[in-house]
Design a protein around this ligand. Structure first.
Ligand code: ATP
Length: 235
């Protein structure tokens, strides 16, 4: 579904991605784990058209998307939930969800997806008229995910959905990620929480200072001494 080959991204003189290659097959949950500053968010931004790579290939459903505008990429079926949620604080929950569908014209489909989002996130339904800036961190994460789903993505890019959330809420968010995948959406999940990420993913990549250092099935990486030491707290 998605094939990234030898991707280089620079910020000025600083090279944030160095020849990154990975692939995501339809129906998978893939996770990319790595420490602060390793380049995880940069990769997602390149995939969703927010950053232009200096070199390399990004093929999505058999077509190159390098250089395409971000909104074309959304329309093609890739939705990005950025780090730190970024909901529109002065708009209500309902208005944020409606914005997620702004590129769509199928009113009946939008209504149906809104119903499904509220079914998946009952907390958002209770708070549909509340200003989003007053939601808790976990509720904002749910809203950011719900808004991305309103674009009816084929591929969902999630940037650190567990960041700053209490352990119980992290579990809820990961359960929802599994449900979204079960319902047919392919997921590329960026996480520092390697333990949780490896528990939902089928395959994983480890990124270190802009390079893919390791890859394999989630089970292989869970068993790897290197991963245990660096990302699983030595467990
Ligand atoms: P984190 O988990 O802390 O968000 P990350 O793995 O997502 O980390 P990136 O945000 O992709 O890391 O950053 C990769 C590298 O690029 C870092 O060294 C960072 O300092 C640098 N970088 C990121 N954004 C910019 C920017 N706008 N200008 C310059 N350098 C940047």
């Amino acid at each position: 579904m998605l094939k990234v080959d030898e991707l280089d991204v620079f910020y000025g003189n600083i090279q944030a991605l160095k020849g990154v290659s990975l692939d995501v097959r339809q129906g998978e949950v893939i996770t990319l784990i790595g420490a602060n500053g390793a380049g995880k968010s940069t990769l997602l931004k390149a995939l969703s058209g927010l950053l232009k790579p200096q070199r390399g290939v990004i093929d999505y459903l058999g077509q190159s998307i390098v250089g395409k505008p971000a909104q074309t990429i959304v329309r093609d079926g890739i939705s990005h939930v950025p780090e730190g949620r970024r909901v529109f604080a002065n708009m209500t929950v309902q208005e944020n969800l409606e914005l997620g569908a702004y590129l769509r014209k199928d009113k009946a489909g939008i209504r149906e997806d809104m119903r499904q989002v509220y079914e998946r996130f009952p907390r958002l339904l209770e708070r549909r008229g509340q200003l989003s800036g007053t939601l808790s961190g976990g509720e904002q994460q749910m809203l950011a995910m719900g808004r991305a789903l309103m674009a009816r993505p084929k591929l969902l890019l999630l940037d650190e959905p567990s960041m700053g959330l209490a352990p119980l809420l992290v579990q809820t968010i990961f359960q929802i990620i599994e449900e979204i995948n079960r319902d047919g959406t392919t997921i590329l999940l960026v996480e520092q929480n390697a333990h949780m990420a490896l528990s939902v993913a089928s395959r994983a990549y480890v990124i270190e200072t802009g390079r893919i250092a390791l890859s394999g099935t989630a089970a292989e990486l869970q068993a790897s001494e290197q991963v245990k030491q660096a990302y699983l707290g030595g467990q």
